[in-house]
Write a protein that binds this ligand. Structure first.
Ligand code: ASP
Length: 372
């Protein structure tokens, strides 16, 4: 007897059944996996990724000189380059623009604000992640923080190195941004900026270094929290990073003209007169020290305020506050001080207030003073 002869013969009649068993098992197994995946993804938050461009979507120049072009890669491609994102959230990407953020403008801001509001109002998303260049990231964060209603997380992220760099920081930053957006503890904190393991509030965050990946900081109050590969997300206990006020997004797609005038030694009145002659409705002074400037510049600002132009004193100094009536008589001149807001953010708030018809210095000051 050969060893094959020992095998029981399969009767012709039983053959279909024998074939069907593994097929049924396979079907049950894949159904099980599909159900498990559906159940798993059903529990995941829905995150809408709105891509605007920036270095995070940048591609190196073929000459390998360190030169690169912002905004070459789509949000969809960016997401696909980050392994494990689909375990954190159900993601959808939309391209709002493909620009370096030095070209950020009112049109893109309005498109972002309207899309975010629509996604929240129609319950299309539980959170938003915005990919953005780092140059004006803080201004976009602050603008959106002031106009988007609701408490769902909105996280803005960028990178210092282009997507094609050897040690690109974009994928890690995007992963952390999605982690933060997916975390229910991020609700009610307004717009959060996530870069290089830190979570920072829209009001305080600012770019401080032109080259290093350790560039964003919040000088007066520090980060809202940290993202740690080992320990997860840790929010600090302080109040910063909490949403303060929501202003109406103006109709159309343009904010009123507000100029920033930078103060320095030997300052004259020319930049202020220029701003006025170009139709500025407001002037933000990037002053020295406590928002100070020279006598000729101060006289020009006083004349501007008398004509109904809003004058806000901010500072070119990176930290601290601008306080009323220290070396400048704000009460007499009808000026406003920016408190902790740097000139570029003071400009955004001034624009929103003017657009909303707030022009009385006392009312404007209340909006700047926020919750101190
Ligand atoms: N110029 C670039 C931008 O702001 C720089 C960056 O993203 O880091 O789009």
């Amino acid at each position: 007897m050969t060893k094959h002869a020992a095998r029981p013969a399969i009767h012709r009649r039983n053959r279909p059944l024998i074939l069907a068993v593994p097929l049924i098992a396979l079907a049950l197994w894949s159904w099980g996996i599909a159900t498990a995946l559906a159940a798993e993804s059903a529990g995941l938050p829905r995150i809408l990724v709105l891509a605007t461009g920036g270095t995070i979507a940048g591609q190196a120049d073929a000459r390998a000189t360190g030169a690169y072009k912002s905004g070459q890669i789509t949000g969809e491609q960016l997401m696909q380059s980050v392994p494990g994102l689909d375990k954190l959230a159900k993601l959808n990407a939309e391209q709002i623009s493909s620009i370096g953020s030095q070209d950020m403008n009112d049109k893109v801001w309005f498109a972002l604000a309207r899309r975010i509001q629509e996604a929240f109002d129609k319950n299309e998303a539980d959170a938003i992640v915005i990919t953005h260049g780092t140059d004006t990231l803080e201004e976009t964060a602050f603008f959106l923080d002031n106009v988007v209603r609701g408490d769902k997380p909105v996280v803005i992220v960028g990178s210092m190195r282009p997507a094609t760099a050897v040690s690109a920081d974009g994928p890690g930053n995007l992963y952390e941004a999605v982690q933060v957006a997916a975390d229910p503890r991020s609700r009610g904190r307004g717009v959060l900026a996530v870069l290089n393991d830190k979570i920072q509030g829209a009001r305080s965050v600012t770019k401080t270094n032109t080259t290093s990946i350790e560039t964003f900081s919040s000088a007066n109050d520090g980060p809202v929290g940290y993202v740690d590969t080992a320990g997860g997300i840790r929010f600090m206990a302080q109040a910063q990073g909490l949403k303060r006020a929501t202003y109406q997004l103006p109709a159309g797609e343009q904010l009123p003209r507000v100029a920033i005038v930078y103060s320095h030694a030997n300052m004259d009145a020319v930049p202020i007169e220029d701003a006025i002659s170009h139709g500025a409705k407001g002037i933000v002074l990037a002053g020295v020290g406590d928002g100070n400037t020279s006598k000729p510049a101060l006289d020009a600002l006083e004349a501007a305020a008398k004509k109904g132009i809003i004058v806000v004193r901010s500072t070119r100094v990176r930290s601290g506050f601008v306080t009323r009536n220290v070396e400048v008589d704000d009460d007499k001149n009808g000026f406003v001080v920016s408190e902790d807001l740097n000139p570029q953010k003071a400009r955004v708030l001034t624009q929103l207030l003017i657009a909303g018809g707030v022009t009385a210095p006392a009312e404007l000051q209340k909006a700047f003073t926020a919750t101190w």
